[in-house]
Structure formats: structure tokens, C-alpha cells
Design a protein around this ligand. Structure first.
Ligand code: SAH
Ligand code: SF4
Ligand code: F3S
Length: 439
């Protein structure tokens, strides 16, 4: 028997890339590959890349340059680029960096085994089409080995929204939803392997409309069916768009016990003028009203968001409107970014805000979010929450897990194991996590 070949994957970007890397490793498992966490040990190196902000492509080229020595030592080493930079740059990658053997866009991962064989033959393999067939139909099922208690599961991919700043509609293509039956099967398989919490993924996950019994299913319908799977205790989903937050999904937050009280709902700006220029198709007011309806369904829901500072033409007054919106909503968590010009997107052509102004706004916004985040976390002290334990903590006898609201929680309890879901009383709030005791 020949020794297995080794595969090293480095993952950048969003959770969907994390999920895709897992599926690519499985697809290449069929070609005799096992995972390694050391590039110098690998027979194949795959970079799963992200294109969301500037300089992403440059970073990929400099990372690739670092493998030159390895390839010289080991001429059989194959190097591949996957993900959104692969989609955006395509053939240009092989032209600029001839040591690359394989370039594969996010919609073509089912072709990897065949591409690997071509690369082994000394050919360059390139696939960046948006094929008609659903890549998931042909990707191997996940193998049945045991795994940790939490997992991602992609249910929807691509985006039709075309926000004026964003490359995702170009790199991931049009919105496609996976059929409900396949999602349910994959979820059952995960639960058999020990998974107790699943996070449903999509670039616009709440636009999900997968084919199911009786017609297309909404995300809420899918969540309710998933909640019936024995042993699946917790369901989350990300990322959602405010305009796709339908009534049945809001209602599910109130009456579906497995759906966790956490919602990531990006708004990007609090200025109606900027929202319009961003092509978001909602206003600050409609977003705040929406949050009120969600909170009416689930009062303790923890809200998270995404913000961009320094979008073209953003004035001090526009930025102040964003700060006012943040004050009005009170976030438990948020991600914020300085606007980054993406060639080919509509906003790239407009008058840009100076870097120092955008950076100063970003720092002020982050200070406000940090204050809110800390206050929301501190307010958990004394409350009882569910915690799904994932791994040992730094102290002997300590376990760390995530609360229903996605806070990290440390508990001193030597008998706990990864995968245990227990009720915990929160006793203290630290810099980035909570401490608690078992009930
Ligand atoms: N589909 C998701 C996430 C898209 S990317 C959504 O609509 O929310 C994640 C975040 O990156 C976005 O929400 C946005 O805040 C940020 N982002 C996207 N393009 C950007 C750009 N050109 N500059 C700065 N931030 C950007
Ligand atoms: Fe990008 Fe907007 Fe689509 Fe989100 S909704 S992926 S920010 S275009
Ligand atoms: Fe990045 Fe592509 Fe995800 S650009 S954020 S890896 S969809």
C-alpha cells in the first residue's frame, strides 16, 4: 500500500470558506489525501482565499512566493488557489505565479478530484465557470468519522443584492439554494457523528428558498424541520439581510426552542443617503423597526451587525447617523470595516473619503460598539443560560463552551466533556468571556 498523500489547506475569509475547505478535504480524501497542518509536509497546498477587501490578491501572491523553496525541494508538490480570489483573478494567477498548478472557483469544487489528476499529469488545471449543475449534488457526502459538537452547513450560496461596495455577487455568483431534503440529510449525518449545534450558512441565508415537499421552503420552514431531528439541540444561521427577514422567520425566533437567541443582521450605515448610495434598499428607520419586531418575538436576543466607515461621500453628519443608529439598537457584538475600494464595483468610481477620516470614524465606532458589547455581556451576570461545552480551558478542570447568546463561558467542573449541553448560572464577566457555575 502506498503512503497517503498529504493535503495542507489554509483558509481565509468567511465561515463559508471554512465549510468549503472541509468539503474540499473530503473530496480529495477520495484521491488518497489526508490532512496535515504543516505546509512543508504536504503533497498538495491549497489556499482558500477571500477577496472582500483590498490587497487580498497581493497577499495571495506573496504567500505563494513563499512556497517557492518547498517546490524546489519537492517537485511533485502541487499548489492550488481556491476561493474568491481564484474566481476573480482566474488564469492571471497562473500567469503571474507559474508554480501554481490549479485554480478553482467556489462553484467548481466538485471538479477538484479530476483537476487534481490533471495537475498530477503535469497539466495546469483551471475552473472558474459558474456551472449549471449544483456543486453540492456532486460533492461527496461527509464521511462518518466523529467530530466536534458544532458544525457549519451551507444552505444557500451567492448574492443577487449588488451592494455598491461588494465583490461577493461577482465571486460567488447568483443566489442558489440547496434542496431542503439534502440539507436535512446532511444535518442528520452530522448529528450521528456527534454534532449538537448547526450554523446554517449563506451569503444571504434568509433568502433561502430551497425546493422541498410541497414547493419551495423558506428558511423558517427549514429551521422548524431541522429542529425535529433528535439530538440536534441548537440552530443558528448567518448572514442575513434585513430585506429578507420575513414574518415566519421572526416568529420562529419566538417559538422555536432550538433557534438560538442570536442574530447577525448587518446594516452597514445609519444614514439614509448613504444606504441609498450603497444600494441597500432599506432605510435606517425600517431597520430599527425591524429590530423592534424581532425583539418583540424574542426579547433577550443578542444582536450583531456589520458597519462600513468612510464609504464614498460619507459626511460627518452621515457618520453621526450611524452612531445614532448604533445607540438606538444596542449591539451585543459587531464587525466594522473601513471602506475598501473594490475595482469593478459601482462605488469604486465615486469620490473617496480620505483614509485618515475613515480610520478616525472607524475607531470612534469601535469604541462605542465595545462599550455596548461589554454592557450586554455584564448584564448576563446572575442569569441562567444554556452552554454547549466545546473544549478544556487553560486552568486544570476547566471547560469552555458557548452560551445560547454565543458568549464564551468558562466553568470549573472536572466531569464535563466536550458536547455536554448544560444549564449554567453566570457569575462573572471578564474582558472577552463569562464565568459560570453548573446548575
Ligand atoms: N453577505 C453578507 C456578508 C458580506 S461580506 C452580508 O450581506 O452581510 C461581510 C461584510 O464585509 C459586509 O457586511 C460589509 O460590512 C463588509 N464589506 C464588504 N465589502 C466591503 C468593502 N468593499 N469595504 C469594506 N467592507 C466591506
Ligand atoms: Fe455583499 Fe450586499 Fe450581497 Fe452582502 S448583500 S454579499 S454585502 S452584495
Ligand atoms: Fe471573502 Fe468570498 Fe467569503 S470574498 S468573505 S471568502 S464570500
Amino acid at each position: 500500500m502506498t503512503a497517503p498523500k498529504k493535503l495542507f489547506i489554509k483558509t481565509y475569509g468567511c465561515q463559508m470558506n471554512v465549510y468549503d475547505s472541509e468539503r474540499m478535504a473530503e473530496a480529495l480524501g477520495g484521491q488518497g489525501y489526508v490532512a496535515t497542518d504543516r505546509p512543508d509536509d504536504a503533497d498538495m497546498i491549497l489556499l482558500n482565499t477571500c477577496h472582500i477587501r483590498e490587497k487580498a490578491a497581493e497577499k495571495v501572491y506573496s504567500e505563494l512566493g513563499r512556497f517557492r523553496g518547498l517546490k524546489a525541494e519537492k517537485p511533485d508538490l502541487k499548489i492550488g488557489v481556491a476561493g474568491c480570489v481564484a474566481q476573480a483573478e482566474g488564469e492571471e494567477i497562473i500567469r503571474r505565479q507559474p508554480l501554481v498548478d490549479l485554480v478553482v472557483g467556489p462553484q467548481s469544487y466538485h471538479r477538484l478530484p479530476e483537476m487534481e489528476a490533471r495537475a498530477r499529469n503535469g497539466e495546469k488545471a483551471l475552473e472558474t465557470d459558474f456551472p449549471e449543475e449544483d456543486k453540492f449534488e456532486r460533492l461527496k457526502n461527509r464521511p462518518r468519522a466523529a467530530r466536534g459538537p458544532t458544525a457549519f452547513l451551507t444552505v444557500q450560496e451567492g448574492c443577487d443584492k449588488f451592494c455598491a461596495f461588494c465583490v461577493v455577487p461577482y465571486t460567488r455568483g447568483a443566489e442558489v439554494s440547496r434542496p431542503a431534503g439534502r440539507v436535512l440529510d446532511e444535518a442528520r449525518g452530522l448529528v450521528e457523528r456527534g454534532v449538537r449545534e448547526i450554523t446554517l450558512l449563506g451569503q444571504n441565508v434568509n433568502a433561502y428558498h430551497g425546493a422541498g415537499e410541497g414547493g419551495d421552503w423558506s428558511l423558517a420552514r427549514l429551521i422548524r424541520e431541522l429542529a425535529r431531528i433528535d439530538g440536534l439541540e441548537r440552530i443558528r444561521y448567518t448572514t442575513s439581510h434585513p430585506n429578507d427577514m420575513e414574518d415566519d422567520l421572526i416568529a420562529a425566533h419566538g417559538d422555536c426552542a432550538a433557534l438560538m437567541p442570536y442574530l447577525h443582521l448587518p446594516v452597514q450605515s445609519g444614514s439614509d443617503r448613504i444606504l441609498k448610495r450603497m444600494n441597500r434598499k432599506h432605510t435606517a428607520e425600517s431597520y430599527v423597526r425591524l429590530i423592534e419586531r424581532i425583539r418583540a418575538a424574542r426579547p433577550d436576543i443578542l444582536l450583531s451587525g456589520d458597519f462600513i466607515t468612510g464609504f464614498p461621500e460619507e459626511t460627518d453628519a452621515d457618520f453621526q447617523a450611524t452612531m445614532d443608529l448604533i445607540e438606538a439598537v444596542n449591539y451585543g457584538q459587531a464587525y466594522s470595516f473601513r471602506y475598501s475600494t473594490r475595482p469593478g464595483t459601482p462605488a469604486a468610481e465615486r469620490p473617496q473619503v480620505p483614509d485618515e477620516v475613515a480610520t478616525d470614524r472607524l475607531h470612534r465606532l469601535q469604541a462605542l460598539i465595545t462599550r455596548q458589547q461589554r454592557a450586554v455581556q455584564d448584564a448576563m451576570v446572575g442569569r441562567e443560560v444554556g452552554v454547549l461545552f466545546e473544549k478544556p480551558g487553560r486552568q486544570p478542570g476547566q471547560m469552555v463552551g458557548k452560551s445560547d447568546h454565543l458568549h464564551a463561558v468558562h466553568v470549573q467542573a472536572p466531569d464535563l466533556a466536550a458536547g455536554d449541553l448544560r444549564r449554567v448560572r453566570i457569575t462573572a464577566s471578564g474582558a472577552n468571556s463569562l464565568a459560570g457555575e453548573l446548575l
